[in-house]
Design a protein around this ligand. Structure first.
Ligand code: S3P
Length: 173
């Protein structure tokens, strides 16, 4: 009794700053779907920014809430969901998304990412006070997880609009 491929929610994954929210919003518009940004939903529940949630409650509390919300939204039809770059570190999240959703990996290269690093706000606790070398290690670890767990991907220098059109075409929507 699973959802048909056309009804399945689409989950955007990728490293911090890869463009999950931008592409996700466009996709949602293009496909007339509901857009959900899990980080925003978490911030609403705690009524504070992510950096403060990490500071006051710690990362495990953040990760638990992240999982609950992804479990909820991934099982609904017709959402486009942007999940934080760390979500797929949790096996349960990978499994539930791979089972119930179309998982779209925004695959950006380290070179392009580096150029954007200055643009990332300080609301990202995992980037704060880290050297570029450390971030690169984290980036490569994460990329290998995304590479193993997705159903479609778009590569570097994708234009958000092209990505939306590509997926819409692929799904014949
Ligand atoms: C995180 C990524 C962030 C946010 C939190 C942790 C991560 O989301 O969920 O700061 O572990 O990579 P974005 O990928 O949207 O920046």
């Amino acid at each position: 009794f699973g959802l048909s491929i056309r009804e399945k929610s689409i989950v955007c994954i990728g490293f911090m700053g890869a463009g999950k929210t931008t592409v996700g919003q466009l996709l949602a518009q293009r496909l007339y779907r509901n857009f959900v940004d899990i980080d925003v939903e978490i911030e609403k529940e705690f009524a504070m920014p992510i950096s403060q949630i990490f500071r006051l409650y710690g990362e495990p509390t953040f990760r638990a809430k992240e999982k609950d919300l992804i479990v909820k939204y991934s099982q609904q039809p017709l959402n486009v969901i942007s999940v934080g770059g760390g979500a797929f570190l949790q096996k349960e999240i990978q499994d539930i998304c791979m089972t119930n959703c179309i998982v779209l990996f925004l695959d950006i290269s380290w070179e392009s990412w580096k150029e954007r690093v200055q643009l990332l706000a300080d609301n990202r606790p995992l980037l704060k006070d880290r050297s570029l070398e450390d971030i690169k290690t984290l980036f490569l670890e994460r990329q290998s997880i995304y590479s193993l767990n997705h159903s479609a991907f778009i590569v570097d220098d994708f234009k958000a609009q092209e990505a939306a059109d590509y997926l819409a075409g692929a799904l014949k929507l």
